[in-house]
Ligand binder design. Sequence first.
Ligand code: SAH
Length: 351
Amino acid sequence: MTTRYQASRDDLWQLLDGEPRYRIDQVWNGLYKELATPESMTNLPKALRSRVDEALPLALTPVTEAESDRGKTVKFLWGLYGGSRIETVLMLYADRATVCVSTQAGCAMACGFCATGQAGFTRHLASGEIVEQVVRAAQRAKSLGRRVSNVVYMGMGEPLANEEPVWDSLVRLHDGVGISARHLTVSTVGIVPGIKRLTDRPLPVNLAVSLHAANDELRDELVPINKRYPIAMLMEACDEYLEIKGRRLSFEWALISGVNDRDRDASELARLCHSLTMAPHVNLIPLNPTPGYEVRGSSKMHVHEFRDRLEALGVNATVRQNRGTDIAAACGQLAAGQPVKMSTRDQRDSK
Ligand code: SAH
């Protein structure tokens, strides 16, 4: 079965067999440019609208929705064919609107501090399921008078463990929805062959690497895939990506109290950043609480001290605004209905 945002233009042509080319273009523009539902495509005859609706079913069934930050963060929980669940987050800022998409139901990377990793892997998403997350969130943004400008592949799953559908979805978001490559960001735990293949693909999307540790001993522990693709190998792939794509590279660093937030961690990270041909940007996130990880995030004050220390060492670093911790929508908290129980103390600490 071809779902609505999985279908290519040629699929549409075949599914709506007998319709003239300009009708196919109208449907395509309706779906991607106007973010319209078939019923609301009033430039089409009524019979054709129903035909589109029936021939191209939606892939995501809304389960629940939660809002935080006075409606500026919305987390959508969707049901998929086969019963698995995923989450998507829409974040409205003054100057941009960002959608954070899932690429897998669950994740096999097993990072202990991440709620998705704690829950394990269920299945890969198809490209249409990834694209539909953006369209449905963009429809919400549109109803609030906003346009989605950025998409980050930072929801549930490891994008480079589901390469082809992720790639197809990037192309569709670029060509169909019209989001430029510099507003598309793929985040990876550091799957080196995947980064290399991304380097060879045409769209110069931004690359974010979830680093969290700048020495192999600690990174093996925090991000287990590091045992297969250690830091030196990862840095080489990052360098190549930077050189060929000329895009900004960012490192994600979730600050864990007493684990990777010490002075020596800042020095090691600075050394690693300086070893690259182009300076990366470091995004600091205070570790958000998850049910299966005992260690705490660094205090807000210490996160800023760590940032200042990095800056003093010549590294470009920002503290990422934490959105949606109260609705478990923040980095590492997406678990799609797995019991995410957090005490009020956790919630208060994570603010
Ligand atoms: N699998 C990809 C995409 C997920 S992005 C990747 O790892 O890059 C989600 C980001 O949130 C990653 O940088 C991840 O390491 C980070 N993260 C996971 N758990 C977290 C937590 N509890 N607190 C803060 N950040 C977390």
